[in-house]
Design a protein around this ligand. Structure first.
Ligand code: SF4
Ligand code: SF4
Length: 69
């Protein structure tokens, strides 16, 4: 299961900047806004979070302490 960015749909105004910036196909148009769909083509690059002017996308990292040994 790929880790995907999180979208706060309430903050999204449908500007489409994330759609244009994404090099994968993890972001799709949806009802005048966007949706994030699980796909292996997303490499969690963080560009969608970076370009969003409304802070609607978050690429939250998950830390696995067991991997830090
Ligand atoms: S993290 Fe990168 S590849 Fe994944 S949806 Fe965002 S822009 Fe696309
Ligand atoms: S860049 Fe942000 S506000 Fe614009 S469509 Fe994407 S999530 Fe919505």
């Amino acid at each position: 299961m790929p880790v995907m960015p999180e979208l706060d749909i309430e903050l999204c105004d449908g500007c489409g900047l994330c759609l244009a910036a994404c090099h994968g196909d993890g972001i799709v148009p949806a009802a005048g806004k966007v949706n994030i769909v699980e796909t292996e083509s997303c490499d969690f690059c963080g560009v969608c979070e970076w370009v969003c002017p409304r802070g609607a996308i978050s690429c939250k990292y998950v830390i696995h302490p067991e991997d830090q040994a």
